[in-house]
Design a binder for this molecule. Structure first.
Ligand code: NAD
Length: 472
């Protein structure tokens, strides 16, 4: 079944079990039928919604396997107050946007942690070579109602200094480590980018929440790191938060409940380039290009829904900066300062075969201006067409079912995939029974491999085009 191929390798061995809901659960579902089947669901035309198995707690033996329950949202604003308990010690690596927020988007791990753990949260260390930035964000936190979580936080320039403080001065070890550094500093083996190996050396028992993409290092290095992490068997989650979107979980549920074999996926990721003013983003030697840096979210979602990919089949074409359709009028950085061979493609279009036989395609565009991205992901199976629309801003899922000409519309208000991701991670670190981490390091390494395969294939085709043009 297609679903199984998306599971982390160590879970693949687990047999699928037939779901038989306990009696108490069935009674509960009958009492709350209306709530389960219709909450958040709007139907555009009278298309019958085939009843789905209501997953109760999203447990491992319940559909969608290894997913969270779409009918039981993990919303930040309605989450129950954190229960009292012992102090929960956290170390944060990176004091930037993903950790403390920015105007660019809704990400902010610290706020989700505060809501998940309440007064139990104690951030023992904030690690960032830019110690001034780290101190500045701590000052802001300490001037607010979450002061108790940060008032004793120590700032360190690197992991080694933090470990030394623990060893020599009896400092506090973390139960969880949140990693939000740029990918160039992690996921690899070589010094300077071997963060995970350092974490394993000093804190093998802690849980790690690591941002995407897993690295910018060569894929063999990253696979080695993935192997070491799997061997260590600590709790690890990678920040592919779109997997936690309720629309995406609904897609998983529909695939599972209808035992679908996926025929094709088609992902489109259109960045609003005018608003991207980080010079590194425009420079392949720094951020590795937009497919690896941001398109990775949609490559990962394609794999999550379509399964593993036969990497050898990946083919790709691009529109490069020096081609006529590649001329852009509103680039917000000085692109002349970037070496011509490191300038990013404007369009990248890729196709591949999944191991299960389906065909996948992905287009990344650097063409839109303004600020809003436009992203869409489609999945086809016999009789089914699912369209995930605008997952970043106002997620919607359109589902056309067998024998139908119309699509049903699913919208889940106030969905917060960042909170669901953090909530699942903390629950897993605490050993709670129904914690569902939806992206493992091992699996995220496969998404990283796909994005590199797309980049290399598009560069190869561009080089062939250039060589042919030079000969002509
Ligand atoms: N999931 C999402 O939607 C999402 C959103 C934003 C960022 N991200 C990811 O988060 C990561 C960080 O992005 P950002 O926007 O926060 O970047 P940023 O530049 O705002 O912050 C990164 C911080 O890490 C620090 N740093 C650099 N090297 C370090 C090291 N070796 N140890 C500790 N700290 C180090 C930098 O000084 C900086 O303060 C990237 O991988 C990015 O793709 C993910």
């Amino acid at each position: 079944m297609a679903l199984r191929t998306t599971l982390p390798l160590r879970l693949l061995a687990r047999p699928l079990t037939t779901y038989a809901p306990p009696l108490a659960l069935l009674q509960h579902q009958l009492q709350h039928q209306h709530q389960y089947h219709f909450r958040g669901l709007r139907t555009s035309t009278p298309a019958p919604v085939s009843s789905t198995l209501s997953a109760w707690d999203g447990g491992k033996a319940e559909p969608p396997e290894c997913g969270i329950n779409v009918d039981m949202p993990v919303r930040m604003d309605t989450a129950p107050a954190p229960p009292p308990g012992d102090d929960f010690h956290v170390a944060m690596v990176g004091a930037g946007n993903i950790m403390f927020g920015s105007k660019a988007g809704p990400w902010n791990h610290s706020v989700r942690l505060e809501h998940k753990l309440g007064p139990r949260l104690k951030v023992v260390a904030l690690i960032d070579p830019d110690t001034a930035r780290a101190k500045s964000v701590l000052e802001t936190k300490c001037a607010s109602f979450v002061e108790s979580a940060y008032k004793d936080t120590k700032v360190f320039p690197n992991i080694g200094e933090y470990a030394r403080w623990i060893e020599e001065e009896g400092g506090t070890k973390p139960r969880a480590i949140i990693v939000g550094t740029p990918p160039a500093f992690r996921g690899g083996v070589a010094g300077g980018r071997n963060l995970e190996l350092q974490l394993l050396e000093h804190f093998p028992a802690a849980g790690y929440l690591i941002e995407k993409p897993v690295s910018t290092a060569p894929i063999d290095e990253v696979k080695h790191v993935a192997g070491r992490l799997v061997q260590n068997q600590n709790v690890i989650s990678v920040g592919y938060m779109l997997r936690y979107l309720r629309c995406v979980q609904k897609m998983k549920q529909i695939i599972h409940d209808n035992n679908l074999t996926i025929m094709a996926t088609n992902a489109r990721y259109s960045a609003a380039y005018q608003s991207i003013d980080k010079p590194a983003w425009w420079d392949k030697s720094k951020d590795m290009g937009p497919v690896i840096e941001q398109g990775t979210h949609f490559c990962d979602l394609s794999r999550y829904l379509g399964g593993d990919i036969d990497i050898a089949t990946v083919a790709a074409y691009s529109v490069e900066h020096d081609e006529r359709p590649g001329k852009l009028s509103a680039i917000p950085v000085n692109e002349d300062a970037i070496a011509p061979d490191q300038r990013i493609p404007r369009i990248t279009s890729a196709v591949w075969k999944y191991a299960g036989g389906a065909v996948g395609s992905f287009t990344h565009t650097v063409a839109l201006q303004g600020t809003l991205y436009d992203c869409e992901l489609e999945v086809w199976a016999d009789g089914f067409h699912m369209r995930l629309v605008d997952p970043y801003n106002a997620p919607q899922l359109l589902v056309r079912r067998p024998g139908e000409d119309h699509s049903e519309l699913h919208q889940f208000n106030d969905d917060d995939p960042f909170f669901s991701e953090m909530s699942a991670f903390i629950d897993a670190v605490e050993g709670r029974p129904d914690a569902h981490i939806l992206s493992s390091f091992e699996d995220a390494t496969k998404s990283y491999e796909l994005t590199w395969a797309i980049r290399l294939a598009s560069e190869k085709s561009a080089a062939m085009r250039r060589a042919a043009a030079a000969k002509a």
